[in-house]
Structures are given as structure tokens and as C-alpha cells.
Design a protein around this ligand. Structure first.
Ligand SMILES: Nc1ncnc2c1ncn2[C@@H]1O[C@H](COP(=O)(O)OP(=O)(O)O)[C@@H](O)[C@H]1O
Ligand SMILES: [Mg+2]
Length: 365
């Protein structure tokens, strides 16, 4: 898995029961390959129309496939399990456009090269079929969240705070609700990179030393996407540095650190509002994705929920036995397994698709 944050590749080697069922699933090995700066910059550049982009996209996809293959090689080396014993690799690819309203989404990848390099069947392009069936193609993780975290004992929200945030509402016996709530880390990452360098605000320490600017927060919250009813999904297509600069036009004298505090609050408040509006009954919110490591953000999320009169307790998915940085990679292993078993991977109640669909395409080893 490599997500909107453009930080790198998260990999897991997962084991499913021999009877073909999709739970329980156990993690056998994990690996993380950070993107080198030039690849990260090229992937960032390809998020918007660029010169000679067909060639550049293909070259970036080839390089990505090499990093995915390195990740797979680390997983086999760490576990001692030979490629021939592995059923499939689920490879999400790198999103450079997400335009469900125009009928497409683009996760660049070279699955043929990955199959060639790894010697393992590859399942890729998970989102396109859901869009072909009239859905958003996103989020796809709720079906997995329901399968591994759903329980009759507790009404739960799983909040995935990557570059963009999404929630899954797991209320036993009810259809799963899930949608993108808005930015996760994407604006905070861009802002700290511009002002202090570095790729993220570790622990949210910089934001924690600033003060939220209420008028700016309100300006950010006025974004139309946030008021849309689900199904909905978003990406860097909407939430990028130019979007932020536009919102900042009336706040020229704001201190950079106070803007960071406001961006962190923005992520917390948009998540809390989505949870208050769509998961009133939730007793707990389990956070995954890199945002779970931002202690200040976690604290502000708990505070924002209380501010909306919501009593749910915020914890990371560690409390459910899965480390926050492994959840999404495990989800794509699960989706690949669903493909192999010719089972649907989407939830029409989440994406808005016409029906259940088998997701992804197979590239044989
Ligand atoms: N220790 C940390 N403190 C604050 N933020 C963190 C920390 N570790 C990771 N993150 C955030 O998480 C992001 C990566 O999250 P990830 O779940 O991989 O997102 P994506 O799926 O978009 O790639 C980083 O860009 C950063 O913003
Ligand atoms: Mg990532």
C-alpha cells in the first residue's frame, strides 16, 4: 500500500484460514520502504497536469513497481516464506487522479513488472470496477474493517487518518456507513514542509505549541465537500497547498505555527463532525493510519468529539491488536484474497455502486 501522503510503501505478509474464509487474518511479517525524495517529488508533480505526463507516469510507475518488489522481497526474507508459497500480492498503486464524477480514478503501477520481479501473482487496480458500477471507488477499507473489527459487543468507528481521512461506522446488524471526511495529514505535511522542512509534524509537537485561529478554522470548514452527504470521496485533487493558500488569502499576518495548529484542529473537527452526524451510537473510535502517531491530533479529536456532545472514547487500533500503520496494507491483502476467492470487495452502502463487485485485475506470475 502506498497512500496519498506519498511517504512510502507499507507491506504486510498475511495468512488466511485454509478453508478460504477471510477472517481471522494474521500478520506474518511487515515491511516499510520510504520513497526516495526524487520519486516523491515526481509523484507529487504528477498529481496535476504536467508536461509529457504519459511518459513520466510510465517511468514513475516502473520505479514504483521496483519499490513494491523490494517490499515483497523484504517480506519473504523476514518471514523465510518462499515466493512460490505466496498466493498473491495486492498492490494498490499510487493515486495521481481520483475523479469518480468523471468516471475514472488512476492508481499508477506496473503490475506486470511487479509479477515479473516478484514471481508472485499480482492483483491490482482495485478501484476502477466500483467506479464502473457507478460508485466512488473509495473508500474500500470499510468492508475489511467490518470483517476484522466488527462486533456485537460495541458500536465502533474506525478512523483511518492517512493523507485523507475516512471513517467506517460498524454498528452490528446495520449496513456499514463509510466515507472520506476530508483531509488527514496532507495539509499539515505540506505546511510544515514549507516552513520547517521535514515531511511531517512529529507527534504534532509544532501544532501543539501554536494557537488555533478561529476565523481561519471557520474558513476551512466552509469547504463545500465537507457539507456533501455520503457517498463521497476526495484526494489531493481537492485538498492541496494551492487550496490552502487560497483559504489563507485573508490571513497574511497569521503565524505559521498558528496555521499548523489550525490545520490540526481542522482534521480533528471534520472527523468529529462526521462521527457526530453519522455515528451517534458509537462507543469507541479506533484510529489507524499515520495520524494515530500524532499525539496532539489524537488529543484534539477526543476534545472535538466532547465538544459535539459525543462520549465515544478515542484509541488507536493497537487496542484491537493491529498496529495503526499496518491496517491499510492488511486491508489490501484482504481485498486481494477476496479477488482470489472471487468474492466482492466493495460495499455498495459505502461507495454508492450499483451492487457488489469483485475488485481488481489479476496479473499472473
Ligand atoms: N510520529 C508521527 N507524528 C505525526 N504524524 C505522523 C507520525 N508518523 C506518521 N505520521 C503521519 O502519517 C502520514 C503517513 O500516514 P499513512 O497512513 O501512511 O498515510 P497514506 O495512506 O496517505 O500514505 C505521514 O505523512 C505523517 O503525516
Ligand atoms: Mg503511507
Amino acid at each position: 500500500m502506498s497512500g496519498t501522503s506519498l511517504d512510502g510503501v507499507d507491506g504486510v505478509l498475511a495468512e488466511f484460514p485454509a478453508d478460504g474464509s477471510d477472517t481471522p487474518v494474521s500478520t506474518v511479517a511487515t515491511a516499510y520502504i520510504p520513497f526516495p525524495a526524487p520519486l516523491r517529488e515526481e509523484l507529487m508533480a504528477l498529481q496535476a497536469p504536467a508536461d509529457n505526463e504519459i511518459h513520466r507516469e510510465a517511468m514513475a510507475a516502473n520505479l514504483l513497481a521496483c519499490h513494491y518488489a523490494d517490499c515483497v522481497a523484504q517480506l519473504t526474507a523476514h518471514s523465510g516464506i518462499a515466493p512460490a508459497a505466496i498466493c498473491a500480492v495486492g498492490a494498490h498503486g499510487q493515486t495521481i487522479r481520483h475523479r469518480p464524477e468523471a468516471g475514472y480514478t488512476r492508481q499508477i503501477n506496473n503490475p506486470s513488472l511487479l509479477a515479473e520481479l516478484s514471481g508472485i501473482d499480482v492483483i491490482a487496480d482495485f478501484r476502477s470496477r466500483d467506479i464502473a458500477a457507478g460508485g466512488q471507488g473509495a473508500p474500500l477499507v470499510p468492508a475489511f474493517h467490518q470483517a476484522i473489527f466488527g462486533t456485537a459487543d460495541e458500536t465502533r468507528v474506525v478512523a483511518n487518518i492517512g493523507g485523507i481521512s475516512n471513517i467506517s461506522v460498524l454498528d452490528h446488524g446495520q449496513k456499514v456507513i463509510g466515507f472520506d471526511t476530508g483531509p488527514g495529514n496532507v495539509l499539515m505535511d505540506a505546511w510544515i514542509a514549507r516552513h520547517l522542512g521535514g515531511s511531517f509534524d512529529a507527534g504534532g509537537a509544532w501544532a501543539a505549541g501554536g494557537r488555533v485561529i478561529p476565523a481561519l478554522l471557520q474558513t476551512l470548514l466552509d469547504e463545500a465537500f465537507l457539507k456533501l452527504a455520503p457517498p463521497k470521496s476526495t484526494g489531493r485533487d481537492l485538498f492541496h497547498l494551492a487550496w490552502l493558500e487560497n483559504k489563507l488569502s485573508g490571513f497574511a499576518s497569521a503565524a505559521a505555527q498558528d496555521v499548523q495548529a489550525t490545520l490540526t484542529e481542522f482534521t480533528a473537527v471534520t472527523l468529529a463532525t462526521a462521527i457526530a452526524d453519522h455515528a451517534r451510537a458509537a462507543q469507541a473510535v479506533y484510529v489507524c493510519g499515520g495520524g494515530a502517531y500524532n499525539a496532539h491530533l489524537m488529543h484534539r479529536l477526543q476534545h472535538a468529539l466532547a465538544g459535539q456532545g459525543h462520549s465515544a472514547h478515542v484509541a488507536s487500533t493497537d487496542a484491537l491488536g493491529v498496529a495503526p500503520n499496518h491496517v491499510e496494507a492488511l486491508a489490501f491483502a484482504w481485498l486481494a484474497h477476496r479477488h482470489v476467492e472471487r468474492q466482492a470487495g466493495n460495499l455498495p452502502s459505502v461507495t454508492g455502486a450499483k451492487g457488489l463487485r469483485i475488485l481488481g485485475a489479476l496479473y499472473p506470475a
